[in-house]
Write a protein that binds this ligand. Structure first.
Ligand SMILES: Cc1cc2nc3c(=O)[nH]c(=O)nc-3n(C[C@H](O)[C@H](O)[C@H](O)COP(=O)(O)OP(=O)(O)OC[C@H]3O[C@@H](n4cnc5c(N)ncnc54)[C@H](O)[C@@H]3O)c2cc1C
Length: 354
């Protein structure tokens, strides 16, 4: 028997599993093990709503596949020993592999800003999102909440929290001149105006230099806050950062054409941990996973490796509360109700087809 071990049951590895387990080309001698610290697949793209208190915990969970060829192991991965071909787990025996797909996702990146790791809340894992939910939803009336970082997840959190808690004073700290300034002007104007109309204070050109209990410093100005949520940067999982392999400037693992380590044909990296020519996203993780599944099947069946086509992404959809949204499809910017409906539709399809 050959053993494929998948680390992390996120968007990337769920797609690898789906393609392998449903394939008539999966050889009889391949056994699969999925390892995750959480006993279900988590819809990370919805953590902003979980933290804001507008959806239930149950809404972001999807059951892992039940299949005779798949063994599921729950535990905390602590390290990967590439030389010995084994995965080390906290308080459990190591797991040996023949092939490995690392899909452990990402963590917050604090850019060495003093106090940021200690005094801010996070929406990067399900347990941290639950803690953030508890703190945000237990705040007293008129409390001040700072959201640091106005990328997709910061924008979605600030808008969802506005609808969930109209009494809170929400401050969204954005580094740019204009919110979502990398997008078309029509889109960023729409999002910036949504916040103005809904009473969220957007602080453009901000630079958070220090965080302490109950306050952050924007440039040198102290801003008192009752809660601070960090959405200002991500980096690959520590397990991957600790690997002694080549990384790109964002700490993501540099891969060979077929998505494995240049020096190890049996170790693949998928999703947020992989160095790819796009910003990390669930969509990217899934598209890359499609290719990894093809490569694995070809190798196991001793067929020529498939050509790796350029990964093409369909676009981005973001929400502004439950009724408005924004997005891109090809070169078209979408604003208003349509992108919000599309986002809900995509989520629905994902949940029921995964
Ligand atoms: C609020 C928010 C909104 C987002 N919105 C979008 C969006 O609209 N569209 C989009 O495409 N992307 C979006 N993203 C990004 C997207 O969620 C990630 O890019 C995607 O989840 C990456 O998939 P992955 O498979 O690499 O890892 P993940 O989906 O993060 O999965 C990682 C898995 O590894 C497990 N794990 C991690 N460390 C360990 C360990 N040490 N031991 C055991 N298990 C471990 C975790 O439990 C998890 O199951 C959003 C992200 C956030 C935070």
């Amino acid at each position: 028997m050959k053993h494929l071990v998948l680390l992390g049951g996120g968007y990337g590895n769920m797609r690898v599993l789906k393609r392998l387990l449903n394939s008539s080309d999966l050889p009889e001698n391949i056994q699969l093990t999925l390892i995750d610290r959480v006993p279900y697949h988590c819809l990370k793209t919805e953590y902003y709503a979980l933290a804001a208190g507008t959806i239930s915990d149950h809404h972001v969970r999807v059951t892992f596949p039940d299949h005779p060829r798949l063994n599921i192991k729950y535990g905390e991965v602590t390290a990967i020993d590439v030389k010995e071909k084994k995965v080390l787990l906290k308080d459990q025996d190591a797991v040996a592999y023949d092939d490995l797909v690392i899909g452990l996702g990402c963590e917050d990146k604090y850019h060495n800003i003093p106090g940021a790791d200690q005094f801010t809340l996070s929406i990067q894992t399900i347990d941290k999102s639950r803690q953030t939910y508890q703190i945000l939803n237990n705040l007293h009336a008129n409390a001040v909440v700072a959201v640091v970082g106005a990328g997709l997840s910061g924008v979605e959190l600030a808008s969802e929290l506005r609808e969930s808690r109209p009494d809170l004073a929400i401050k969204l700290f954005d580094r740019g001149d204009m919110i979502l300034s990398a997008y078309k002007k029509r889109l960023s104007n729409y999002v910036q105006n949504w916040f103005v109309e809904h009473g969220v204070e957007v602080i453009n050109n901000s630079n958070v230099t220090k965080v302490e209990e109950g306050a952050l410093y924007n440039h040198d100005e102290k801003v008192e806050c009752d809660a601070i949520v960090w959405t200002a940067g991500i980096q690959p999982s520590r397990i991957v950062r600790d690997l002694d392999v080549e990384k790109d400037s964002q700490g993501r693992v540099v891969l060979a054409e077929h998505h494995h380590l240049p020096t190890e044909e049996n170790v693949y990296v998928v999703g947020d941990c992989a160095s790819l020519p796009y910003a990390p996203s669930a969509q990217l993780a899934e598209e890359q996973a499609e290719q990894i599944a093809q490569v694995l099947l070809a190798r196991w069946n001793e067929q020529p490796l498939p050509e790796m086509n350029e990964i093409k992404l369909k676009g981005v959809m973001g929400s502004l509360g439950k009724k408005s949204g924004f997005g891109t499809m090809g070169s078209t910017a979408l604003i208003g109700r349509v992108p919000r409906l599309l986002k809900s539709g995509i989520l629905w399809l994902y949940k029921y087809q995964v």
